[in-house]
Ligand binder design. Structure first.
Ligand code: SF4
Ligand code: SF4
Length: 407
């Protein structure tokens, strides 16, 4: 199945994006789902932050107006707390760009990222809550203030698998769990499950353990470009020296960072685990034995969907699982609603993340599903928070958990 890359990030300055921002005609197409694809009018609006705050300034055209004002010879506005909120509350979900780019040729999400970098350069960022993340990455190579030595703690329970150390032994595939699936207690089972599935599929794989470091995604998305470049350089040097054919990750953020921000610099292919598992299923290397008897719906993470074009693979896997009744939500694939937590928003503006997650959970409930399935640690954590805030919570699971259960 050909993977069509939909959108990617860019590192351009605000001045480089000025011409694109000027071309915005404020038609509003970027605010909602393409009318031809819309099923229910309640699900039309699709910019999580604009929908939350309601003012035009928070939607893509409003950001374009800010660019106009900030890039004239004598800027017409002063950076205020409100402006910082407008700029840094964008989740970088890419929905506006998905709608605008094919028709008008503009890149509103990339403009939003350039705005974040611009404010940081002018000394108006990173935001205070992001300082903690950045300092932690600098001190520990992860945003969770956890020691490097604990990075592979999740693998300790899997001695029977005899997971190889990719820094010492030759392996075909490097499994790169990333910071969240390595350290966050509610997510380490994703790493354990991935390793078990790779093992069952007889994949020659290894991990870097304590030698793995952050991919730099968090730094990039909160606008800390210099720091991101430092991590990118170190990772490119280390990973290219391993002699691997493929890097597999179950984190949508790591996947999109390696596939987009490191593009052209790696000497191996980068795959999200859903691509890899779909391939194993096609090659008949996994045998599903258990009937799951479950009604599920699927939430497309922005970082493998709009950023990576991986829409079919997770659905292919769900349809291969015995006893799974799969129901689609209204907003899917290119028009999926962001979970609300990307771009450092869950840390800085938790109310935006929570409100968006609750909307998504509501939409999932309308399908009659018992479980929301996703395959991104950020989506999983945020949707779980949203689901638990409901009077009748809905279960949220990673797709790999279902695959593991069915095996
Ligand atoms: S960003 Fe694009 S789609 Fe949105 S208002 Fe401007 S021109 Fe229209
Ligand atoms: S990237 Fe997402 S959150 Fe940001 S302006 Fe575009 S649609 Fe809204």
């Amino acid at each position: 199945m050909a993977k069509e890359k939909k959108i990617g990030d860019s590192v351009g300055s605000l001045m480089e994006y000025r011409n694109l921002a000027w071309k915005c005609v404020r038609c509003g197409l970027c605010r909602g789902v393409n009318p031809e694809k819309m099923i229910h009018p309640d699900h039309w609006e699709n910019c999580p932050v604009g929908t939350k705050y309601k003012f035009e300034a928070y939607f893509a055209p409003g950001r374009h107006e800010l660019v106009r004002a900030l890039t004239v010879d004598e800027p017409e506005v002063e950076v205020s707390e409100k402006m910082r909120e407008i700029v840094f509350s964008c989740t970088s979900c890419g929905h506006c760009q998905e709608n605008c780019h094919p028709i008008k040729g503009l890149e509103p999400m990339n403009v939003g990222l350039a705005l974040k970098r611009h404010l940081i350069k002018q000394g108006h960022g990173p935001l205070e809550p992001h300082h903690v993340l950045i300092q932690s990455i600098l001190n520990y190579d992860n945003p969770w203030m956890s020691p490097r030595a604990a990075r592979a703690k999740w693998a300790k329970k899997l001695k029977d698998l005899k997971i190889k150390d990719a820094s010492k032994e030759e392996v075909e595939v490097l499994y790169f769990p990333g910071c969240n699936d390595s350290y966050v207690p509610e997510l380490t089972d994703v790493s354990q499950t991935t390793a078990r599935i790779l093992s069952l599929g007889n994949v020659d794989f290894g991990i870097l353990g304590a030698k793995e470091r952050c991919c730099g995604s968090t730094a990039f998305r909160v606008g800390a470009l210099e720091m991101f470049e430092k991590y990118k350089k170190a990772n490119v040097e280390q990973l290219n020296g391993l002699g691997i054919k493929t890097l597999v990750t179950a984190c949508a953020g790591c996947y999109s960072t390696f596939a987009n921000e490191y593009e052209g610099e790696l000497n191996f292919e980068v795959m999200h685990v859903v691509e890899f598992i779909a391939r194993l299923i096609r090659e008949e290397r996994l045998e599903f034995k258990k009937d799951l008897n479950l009604k599920v719906t699927y939430h497309d993470p922005c970082h493998i969907g709009r950023y990576g074009g991986l829409y079919d693979e997770p659905r292919e896997i769900l349809k291969a699982l015995p006893g799974v009744d799969f129901q689609e939500m209204d907003r899917i694939r290119e028009y999926s609603l962001c979970c609300g937590s990307g771009g450092g928003v869950k840390t800085a503006y938790p109310e935006v993340a929570m409100e968006t997650a609750r909307k998504r959970v509501q939409e999932a409930k309308e399908t009659g599903a018992e479980v929301i399935v996703t395959c991104c640690p950020f989506c999983e954590m945020n949707l779980k928070d949203g689901a638990n805030a409901e009077s009748e919570p809905l279960e949220v699971v990673d797709l790999l958990q279902l695959v593991n259960e069915a095996l």
